[in-house]
Design a protein around this ligand. Structure first.
Ligand SMILES: [Zn+2]
Length: 162
């Protein structure tokens, strides 16, 4: 792999890739990563839409509450505007914005509803809805947030249903 900026040969790296381009701060990818002396880093992501779907599923399934950036990530993954999500939940657009910038706590009811909306949108596309519903039942407001780690085989086989 050659660096697209300086054209030098890039060295392969072993560490998980901290995928901050997702807009999230705790997503790590187990994929091939190449590093150049000029500072450029490139991660092998064959299907970015499929990968974002894997991340969205990990968010829906996680035990801890959704963090502000995670709420925004899920909303965007559902291709909903803040106003559209607000209308579905019976809150105002301002409330959704405040959840997404951390000014207001989402609360467990709306956290669960957002996950159900996501699962419902996928109902016809995948068979995971029952599993999702079980996961949403398990949300624990006091659970500690964990890293989201996407394994290599999943990144390689990522598909997008939308
Ligand atoms: Zn370079």
């Amino acid at each position: 792999m050659k660096c697209p900026f300086c054209n030098k040969k890039m060295a392969a790296k072993k560490d998980p890739y901290h995928y901050t381009e997702s807009g999230l701060d705790n997503v790590f990818l187990h994929t091939d990563v190449y590093k150049c002396d000029c500072g450029e880093t490139i991660a092998d992501i064959p299907n970015i839409y499929g990968l974002h779907e894997l991340i969205a599923k990990a968010l829906v399934k996680k035990e801890s509450m959704l963090m502000p950036k995670e709420i925004k990530f899920l909303r965007k993954k559902m291709y909903l505007k803040a106003k559209e999500l607000a209308d579905m939940l019976g809150v105002t657009k301002v409330t959704v914005s405040r959840w997404e910038n951390g000014a207001e706590n989402i609360g467990i009811a709306n956290d669960k509803l957002i996950r159900f909306i996501y699962a419902q949108m996928f109902q016809e596309k995948c068979k995971e809805i029952v599993e999702f519903i079980d996961n949403v039942r398990e949300i624990n407001p006091t659970a500690r947030r964990k890293r989201i780690i996407i394994p290599k085989k999943d990144i390689k086989g990522a598909v997008c249903y939308f």
